[in-house]
Write a protein that binds this ligand. Structure first.
Ligand code: FAD
Length: 380
């Protein structure tokens, strides 16, 4: 058992961290107030090989392990979890396309996906189905040319912003086996978007409904086989859960670093506040929880890389544990900043807002517990 990062892993982390500090952190608040991330950022990230982190090298991707990819998301989210999480969604879609797309589809779309000239959104949730995703209703009727889509996807990160949408749609009967995955390019007639949602956090990412109104796509835009879409969507989510957890981890680390500095500078009752033992204990508790979260997350990533039978359970456990630890830590860091923590200039309140949603998406933390308990009961 070796818990050390390899030289290559350290280099990956350092590269992502340096990029984030230079190109993302200084602008994160501006992008949040503008409600968008400049499109020009993505090809720069693509040049680092982050457009297809775990897309196979044969397909032109970086071929990294899931564990390596968690390092990228942890490092980037130290600059801004909203930007890092958006990249995670793109990568989740890229991996689905690389794994299940036909050779023709891959040669057509993967170059743009990998360079991040083509930014991808993942469309599973609908207004009437979130946790119960297999109940989705968006319909894809087969025609001689391909499919006609009708329905609405809700809460789509990058809705109205992305260049293409990887969508789970119903081609068959009710239930998971009636679901297929299709690729819909921006600009396709019949594709439109709702108004931008006004959200608590992740405010630099546009979130909107994605609507299909007799939206016609060619048969070549079916990803993999009909009826397998739910399986594909769920396979993407194990890794997505690791990435979201990494985003909580990186942001919590930033908050803790800022807090350590702040506490040495802030004076109360004639001393710097880092001299109060009660507060030192809180620092220690945060450090313990953060380190535990990091080890637990990396173990889950390792299990997914190994194809371990309990990998999904570990991804779910890590997602619940790390996202809750991350939110608790950034909230405590805000508290230790006193009133200043509540001001945007100090960089903490945005993290509190950004991390909250990590407990809700990629499967809520209640659903993570459903997965864990189901695995425990099945293994009796
Ligand atoms: C900012 C943001 C961005 C998002 N981006 C995307 C995206 O890009 N693509 C996408 O497809 N979706 C996206 N989502 C949607 C997200 O995945 C869903 O919101 C999430 O899955 C929960 O679904 P829901 O909101 O319908 O809640 P519901 O499923 O209605 O759940 C409501 C409550 O009931 C609980 N609950 C439900 N079922 C059970 C159960 N069986 N046992 C115990 N508790 C249960 C839930 O945990 C929750 O607390 C995004 C959401 C947000 C807020």
């Amino acid at each position: 058992m070796d818990f050390a990062m390899s030289e290559e892993q350290t280099a990956i982390f350092d590269m992502a961290h340096a990029f984030g500090q230079e190109n993302i952190a200084p602008f994160a608040r501006q992008w949040e107030s503008e409600g968008t991330i400049p499109k020009s950022l993505w090809p720069q990230i693509g040049e680092l090989g982050f457009g297809g982190l775990y897309v196979s090298e044969d397909s032109g991707g970086s071929g990294l392990s899931r564990l390596d990819a968690t390092l990228v998301f942890e490092a980037l989210s130290m600059a801004c979890p909203s930007v890092a999480a958006f990249l995670s969604i793109h990568n989740m879609c890229a991996k689905m396309l690389d794994t299940f797309g036909s050779d023709e589809m891959k040669s057509r779309i993967m170059p743009g996906v990998l360079s991040l000239e083509t930014v991808l959104s993942y469309c599973l949730t609908e207004p009437g189905s979130g946790s119960d995703a297999a109940a989705l209703k968006t319909r894809a009727e087969k025609t001689n040319e391909g499919y006609v889509l009708n329905g609405t996807k809700a809460f789509i990160s990058g809705g109205g912003y992305s260049d293409a949408y990887v969508c789970m749609v119903r081609t068959g009967d009710a239930g998971p086996k009636g679901i297929s995955t299709v690729y819909v390019e921006d600009g396709t007639p019949g594709l439109s978007f709702g108004a931008m949602e006004d959200k608590m956090g992740w405010r630099s990412q546009p979130t909107a409904q994605v609507q299909f109104d007799d939206c016609k796509i060619s048969a070549d835009n079916l990803v993999g086989d009909e009826g397998q879409g739910f399986k594909y969507a769920m396979m993407g989510l194990d890794g997505g859960r690791l990435n979201i957890s990494s985003c909580s981890l990186g942001a919590a680390q930033t908050a803790l670093n800022l807090t350590l500095t702040y506490m040495s500078e802030r004076k109360a009752f004639g001393t710097s506040i880092d001299q109060f033992q009660g507060l030192q204990f809180r620092l220690a508790d945060m450090e313990i929880e953060l380190q535990a979260a990091r080890v637990f997350l990396r173990q889950a990533a390792w299990k997914l890389d190994q194809g371990a039978p309990d990998a999904s359970k570990h991804c779910a456990m890590a997602k619940k544990f790390v996202t809750e630890a991350g939110s608790k830590i950034v909230d405590q860091c805000l508290q230790l900043h006193g009133g200043y923590g509540y001001l945007a200039d100090y960089g903490i309140e945005k993290l509190v807002r950004d991390l909250r949603v990590h407990q809700i998406l990629e499967g809520t933390n209640e659903i993570m517990r459903v997965i864990v308990a189901r695995n425990m009961l099945a293994a009796r």
